[in-house]
Design a protein around this ligand. Sequence first.
Ligand code: CA
Length: 521
Amino acid sequence: MQTSLEEKLPNWFISLCEIVSTLSQLTMTKPFRLSLFALLFGCSIASARTSPNIILFLVDDMGLMDTSVPMLADQEGKPKRHPLNDWYRTPNMERLAKQGIRLSQFYAQSVCSPTRASIMTGQNSARHRITQFIAPEKRNNGPKGWRWEGLTQKDVTLPLLLRKQGYHTIFAGKAHFAPTGFEGEDPTKLGFDINIAGCSFGQPGSYYGEDGYGNLDPKRKKRAVPGLEKYHKTDVFLSEAITLEAKDAIDQSLKNQKPFFLYMSHYAVHSPFNSDPRFAANYKDSKKPKNAQAYATLIEGIDKSLGDLMDHVASKGEAENTLILFVGDNGSDAPLGPVHGYSSSVPLRGKKGTCYEGGMRVPFIAGWAKPGKKNTFPIARDSLHNDQIGTVMDLYSTILETAGVKNPSGHVVDGVSLLKQLSGRGNSDRPDHFMCHFPHSHRSSNFTAFRKGDWKLIYRYKGQTKYELYDLQKDPFETNNLAESESKKLKEMTKTMIARLEKEGALYPSEGDKELKPLLP
Ligand SMILES: [Ca+2]
């Protein structure tokens, strides 16, 4: 990219350099001229030359076990396969995992919109106050002051900061940042240069091109995916259509000699569980129910998308210069059994929307599209990092550090950059806590789940059982509630959780007019 950018320097500037060069007998090489220009006229060209491309590959409702890559560790910290790893087929995730690092204990919020707002702002949901999923057509229920109207142009957002630094910012897929009629429903109002198929809702009317992704079926029109008209009445599956458009957008960035930030946000694997005909044969002989088979085809479809994007950047000579961060937005919703039991994320407990580990643990894999000398920082290879947690809040700081962008002063963030952890060395400064605060009704209702070190506290604001306490080191699958037997630890954890909630400015549920603040045991 360097030579072509040099060619973009204005002729008058090159002539001026030549005159100065002659007068001062100072040799001005091409890179020197480029740096001087960048120094004098702002840093965007310099950043365009040195900043890696970034693909944030976000899969809707993809839990930790929805993959053939073993994400859980055994007691020694080694990867351990479980039956679900043998059910799903994700060869491209395996490929990325082999050339990168995965975090075994990576946390998202238990539902979509809170996680998505955390990625955009670097803040925890208790702080940004988008604590529940956004209902596209109405104000979803919650405490007074919760931000049911979603993100607005007043918010500091990740793409906005990257765009200022010279990045071409591409949004593709499910947005779900704000309800219909509010400015945040359009990703281009939040810092993206391009919006491919993003809007206020999070569930597509249909994954089928034959249905126009909901546009051609009156019953599905309410959730008709916008902007993919050229694939209507074709057999192109939604995940494929978004990928093809994303590849075109990447080409546009490269043509304009800009690094790109691709927020590749698949609608899949959210319901409706439409079977993807490209992969259906791989599951048809199993004894699993039809909708579970369809779910597995959705997983395989996003995996193909990942591989296609890796191949595409390689074909453009950009693979060593492209960072890929693969992540899910909340726990699995695989139709495999009871919500609070051992089902969609087994051996983890619970599924999407619950306070248990299966509700909020998601796959995270980071790697260069190709490891090599041009990588701007090292990422451990074929490695499972199990010593420390990571969270969706960390993505903001990680991406900013990758791009060489400073977080604006005054904007509080709760995440930290993951670059040290990605190297495989660990980061002794990173916080060891994660908090999922959910003052709403849903599958699990009105709770705060607070992980600190090996311990996890689940606090319920309403109902009989207020406290659940688990030692995740000894009991990673949350089978043995120690709230009564470990009363000292329970008190300590509750105290720390309350301090954290207050620090982040949390809003609490209420009963009648009474606000239900958390209570010490
Ligand atoms: Ca989701």
